[in-house]
Design a protein around this ligand. Structure first.
Ligand SMILES: [Zn+2]
Length: 295
């Protein structure tokens, strides 16, 4: 699923808070439960968070001197544990109960309406995670678990609350991913400029203590040289992703299905229009689309 803004009123790029709550309820009632994109890419299997994808494992193995923040990854047995300051506080990845279906929530562009704190530091109940937190209180098996594709210059504004917000995301088990720095149409850029956009975004997110091993393409448009998404070296460091998301129109294929391409993962927009969330939920209800169901 792909969301941008959550606003008082519905608009093309803004889901109303009431409709966002309705989306949560509809998905819950239909039997969907939220998993992170990494859990989805792991094949919906319950894997400990330390197990990264083959590309990231290789990245870390390549970069013996790789030191985001103060963590010393090269010496760690578990690279993920070294990247997070307090890995014991991280909730385990959600393993789906029998009969449940996975849904991956993604939020692009880090608009302030996704995650806003009030002047006293409490969560604004009308922002996206505020609505979701309230929903999760009544539905504990539908926790706030999402991947945020942030823009470094924006990141929900409210810079004084960054540390607190990141801590909250970490406690909830949410992820941050790369959405470039300036949100360009990547196919118009030179390879060198594409590398700059990705490398600077990834470096920014790593400094926050998160591991951006997936990317959402701005406007869903890939660079001319698609191989850059899988990996490249830039100023002596290796970058690359295990999963890349397109813009929305169709559900993602199952990881285990032949033809699944982790560098072209489809999304559905959280809207009521043709090919939006309500359209696809109806297709599921009518038995015309068959999502993965946990055994
Ligand atoms: Zn975007």
């Amino acid at each position: 699923l792909e969301y941008h803004k959550v606003l008082p009123k519905e608009s093309r790029w803004g889901r109303s808070a009431a409709n966002f709550r309705r989306d949560l309820q509809n998905l819950f009632d239909a039997g969907f439960r939220p998993v992170t994109l990494n859990a989805f890419l792991d094949g919906m299997m319950s894997r400990p968070p330390g197990l990264l994808g083959p590309i990231c494992d290789k990245m870390l193995a390549d970069e013996r001197a790789y030191t985001p923040g103060t963590a010393k990854v090269a010496e760690a047995v578990d690279p993920w544990a070294a990247l997070f300051p307090s890995p014991k506080d991280d909730p385990p990845e959600m393993s789906l109960p029998p009969g449940a279906m996975p849904v991956v929530f993604t939020f692009d562009d880090s608009d302030k309406s996704q995650f806003r704190l009030l002047p006293d530091g409490s969560l604004d109940p009308n922002c996206a995670v505020g609505v979701w937190t309230d929903f999760a209180r009544k539905h504990p098996d539908f926790p706030v678990r999402a991947t945020f594709y942030v823009l470094p210059d924006v990141m929900w504004t409210q810079h004084k609350w960054w540390t607190k917000k990141l801590q909250m995301l970490r406690e909830w088990g949410c992820e941050l991913g790369c959405h470039t720095v300036t949100h360009p149409v990547l196919k118009r850029l030179t390879d060198e400029r594409v590398k700059w956009e990705i490398a600077n975004s990834v470096d920014f997110i790593e400094k926050l203590g998160f591991f951006p091993n997936t990317m959402a393409l701005p406007y869903g448009v890939a660079p001319k040289n698609r191989a850059l998404l899988k990996g490249f070296r830039y100023h002596g460091k290796t970058y690359g992703f295990r999963g890349v998301l397109l813009g929305g129109a169709a559900p993602a294929r199952q990881v285990t299905v032949k033809g699944f391409n982790p560098y072209k993962i489809q999304r559905i927009q959280g809207i009521d229009a043709f090919l939006g969330l309500s359209y696809w939920l109806n297709r599921v209800r009518e038995g015309k689309v068959h999502p993965y169901v946990a055994p």
